[in-house]
Each structure stands twice: as C-alpha cells, then as structure tokens.
Design a protein around this ligand. Structure first.
Ligand SMILES: Cc1cc2nc3c(=O)[nH]c(=O)nc-3n(C[C@H](O)[C@H](O)[C@H](O)COP(=O)(O)O)c2cc1C
Ligand SMILES: Nc1ncnc2c1ncn2[C@@H]1O[C@H](COP(=O)(O)OP(=O)(O)OP(=O)(O)O)[C@@H](O)[C@H]1O
Length: 396
C-alpha cells in the first residue's frame, strides 16, 4: 500500500522526478531569476498532484495520506524544473536511507517560503557539499512541529513541500528530506536526534545552520550544542550569518505577517519570488460575468491567503500564464463571500475554467475592498482596477 511504513529500509522516495541532464542550476544564493519556461501551476499539485496532504493533525493519518509520486501515475511535464528529489523518512530512528543520500552536507529547518535567509544558508550548504563531496541536503519536518505541539497556534504554511523543493532546485539542493513529525521524534534529546539523523542515517560530512537554529526536545539544542556534537564526530560545521531586510531578520513568520497586511510586494522581495496561491476553480454566484468581469473562484487553497483586497498578478492554467486582477475577501456590495474567498479575473481570457487548477502569483496590491452603491459603480471601478493591474505588471 503506498505510503505505509513497512520496515527500516522502507523509506519513500519520489521516483517520478525528472532530472535535468545537466544537473541542477546553481546560481548565487538569493539572486536567481525564474527561467522563462517555468510554469508555477506545475508546482501546485506538482508532479505529486493534490494527493500530498501533509498537514493532518493526526500523524498516523498523515502517514497514510503520504502518497508520494510513485503511485500518482502522472508523468512529469518536460518543461518542469523540479530537480530536487523529495525523500520521506517516516521514522528517523528506524529508517535506513540509501547510500546516495549519505556522506553529504545537511541543513535542517522548516524552510517555509524558502526566503532569502534560507537561500543564503542553502547556498552555503551547496558550496560545502561541493568541497567535501556528496549531496547537498535540506531536511524539514512535516507536519510542522507546532501543528503537533500546539495545533491551535499552528500558522498556515507559505508553501507546499513540492513548492519548497522547486525553489530549492534553483539553489542547487539535491535532496529534500521530509521527516515525518511525531511526538516520539519531538521527544528526542538533541543528542539522540543528532545521532539518529545526522550521524547514523545521513552519515553527514558537513552541517550548515543559521545562528538561531534550535533542535531536540524543548528546543534544548542550539548551534553551540550542535558544534560540539559535530566536532566529536569529525563533521564540519558552519554557522551562516542571519540575512536581514530593513534592519530586521528575514523569517517565515515575518513573511506571514506581511501577507496578513496585504503587503505581497515585500513578501515577494523576501522570497525572491511572488507568493503563490494554487486552487481549483469552483462555481461562484455567477455574478461576475454580468458585471463584465467573469472571475474564477479558487477553492482548496492550502497556503496563507493574504489580507482582503484587490491585487495584480499572474494566473497560470496549465502552461499558459495570463495577467490577472485578483479579489480576496468579501464582496460587501453584494453581501456575499467570506474573508478568504479568492476570485481571479484573467485579463483578456475567455473560456470555461471550472474544475481546472489555477495558480496565482501575487505581485502587488491595488487597493482595499470597498462597498459600492450600484452595479454601475462597481463595474466602473473594476475597469480601473484592470488598468491599474496592467500598469503594476508593466504590461503595454
Ligand atoms: C478586480 C476585482 C475587484 C473587486 N473589488 C470589489 C470591491 O471592492 N467590493 C466588492 O463588493 N466586490 C468586489 N469584487 C467582487 C465582485 O463583486 C465579484 O467579482 C462579483 O460579485 C462576482 O462574484 P462571483 O464570482 O461569485 O459571481 C471585485 C472583483 C474583482 C475581480
Ligand atoms: N534570515 C536568515 N538568515 C540566515 N539563516 C536563516 C534565516 N532565517 C532562518 N535561517 C536558518 O534557516 C534554517 C531553517 O530555519 P527555519 O525555517 O525554522 O527559519 P525561519 O524562517 O526563522 O522560520 P520561523 O519564522 O517559522 O521561525 C535554520 O538554520 C535557521 O537558523
């Protein structure tokens, strides 16, 4: 049965991953630009489809749902740039990863959003792996530990695991190891955690972490503890300087806060790529087309939805990318909608999108949501919004 733990040697590995013949593109950390043929919609379900639902509150349930690529049966599109291979380890104290993953350099964290701080860290991981020989590995925990420890405080994530892998590809990371989070794992002391994952499983030659890295039960291990553990095992250890913007450290939490304010532009700057909302088009009230602006209503979005407002962005359907005006939140004019409703008007597009997967890159904010007194007034404003969006997107 796919995804079920069968024994120590049984770790899940995505086999439907396509590797570029020339290997991953390595560029200066945080300075890469998306190649012209990369379509964000492929990263929504990615090659793993929408079956990959890692955020179940019940870790056992999550393990059952962990159906990675081998069983999804869908071929990876040729233009997809996903190269970083996702490897799932159900239990770090039991699993035995294969030799290809061993002898490299690891960086451990959540890497949600793969922001510029992560990019700098992972760039150094790549460099050290090149020097020492062996793969460059990022390792994260899924679900996020907070979802098990304090589920009521667990924030929505910025990026799916597949999207993180896609971003890591551009940073030269060979493997994204996804450790199945459980209470047993969270109860491991720093020493036992290090022994199980870094020493015995990955047999690392090097470790790279940021200054604020903590690990092990109650976050008792810090970079000094890690330095000693690495030293005792003859593992090279490097501490990366923290990356900042406007005098404050860049973090996933800070990016979530920016999105909560509707500041998608700054969030994009910190991730070096726009925030991506991916959903399936559902039926709305069918009012949009009567206003002259049909909208695709997106459902099943499982990442942070920014504050209510009108945004400029791009919407991708399959491999086609359209400029778009996006409305998030309620429609007070019609007393309808909810704060997380996402409606997308694809500029210059007409056609049926129901049931299709659409991914939206949020580039900039146009304005807040307003209540209009008449249908004519809102239609007038929508025309202006399309113009503003086109300007913000620098379209002719
Ligand atoms: C670019 C854009 C801006 C919008 N701004 C507002 C707004 O300020 N106030 C409002 O009540 N509705 C706003 N809407 C929502 C429209 O009222 C909504 O698209 C319409 O009710 C159609 O809903 P339906 O897709 O469920 O049929 C906006 C929609 C778009 C596409
Ligand atoms: N701004 C940064 N510069 C350099 N390294 C960073 C930065 N932020 C985090 N890191 C490092 O990246 C690794 C992964 O950290 P993690 O994903 O938990 O970071 P985070 O962005 O601070 O997340 P959160 O806001 O949820 O705490 C850790 O080694 C951490 O020290």
């Amino acid at each position: 049965m796919p995804g079920r733990w069968r024994g120590p040697a049984d770790y899940k590995r995505s086999s439907a991953v396509w590797r570029e013949p020339t290997g991953p593109t390595i560029t200066k950390p945080g300075r890469w630009r998306e190649p012209a043929d990369a379509s964000p919609s492929e990263s929504c379900g990615g090659p793993f489809g929408r079956d990959f639902r890692p955020h179940s509150p019940d870790p056992c349930q999550s393990a059952k749902l962990r159906v990675l690529a081998p069983d999804c049966g869908r071929p990876l599109p040729a233009h997809s740039l996903l190269v970083t291979e996702i490897v799932s380890i159900p239990d770090i104290t039991l699993s035995a990863v294969d030799a290809a993953l061993q002898g490299g350099v690891v960086s451990i964290g959540n890497f949600d959003g793969v922001h510029l701080g992560h990019a700098s860290l992972l760039g150094q991981t790549r460099q050290l792996a090149d020097r020492l020989g062996g793969p460059a590995i990022a390792c994260l925990f899924d679900p996020h530990p907070i979802a098990i420890l304090r589920p009521e405080l667990a924030p929505k994530r910025l990026t799916s695991v597949e999207e993180r892998a896609r971003r890591m590809t551009k940073l030269g990371i060979d493997y994204l190891v996804v450790c199945q989070t459980s209470t047993d794992l969270l109860n491991l002391s720093p020493e036992r955690f290090f022994g199980a994952l870094v020493r015995d499983n990955l047999k690392c030659r090097g470790v790279v972490e940021g200054e604020n890295f903590c690990f092990g039960k109650d976050r008792r291990g810090d970079v000094e503890v890690l330095r000693t553990l690495c030293h005792d095992q003859g593992i090279e250890f490097r501490v990366a300087e923290m990356e900042s913007a406007d005098g404050a450290m860049i973090s996933s939490t800070r990016i979530r806060d920016l999105l909560a304010e509707g500041n998608v532009r700054e969030a994009a700057a910190m991730m070096d790529t726009p925030h991506l909302l991916c959903g399936v088009v559902a039926q709305g009230d069918r009012r949009g087309r009567t206003l002259g602006f049909p909208t695709a209503n997106l459902e099943q979005i499982d990442v942070v939805i920014p504050a209510g407002g009108v945004y400029a962005g791009f919407a991708s359907v399959g491999t086609t990318r359209h400029p778009a005006a996006i409305h998030i939140g309620e429609s007070p004019t019609f007393q309808s909608g909810d704060p997380t409703k996402v409606e997308v008007h694809l500029i210059g597009f007409s056609g049926d999108l129901y049931g299709q997967t659409v991914s939206v890159e949020l580039i900039d904010r146009v304005r807040g949501v307003v209540r209009f007194d008449s249908v004519e007034a809102i239609a007038d404003q929508l025309r202006k919004d399309i113009q503003s969006a086109q300007q913000l997107l620098a379209l002719p």
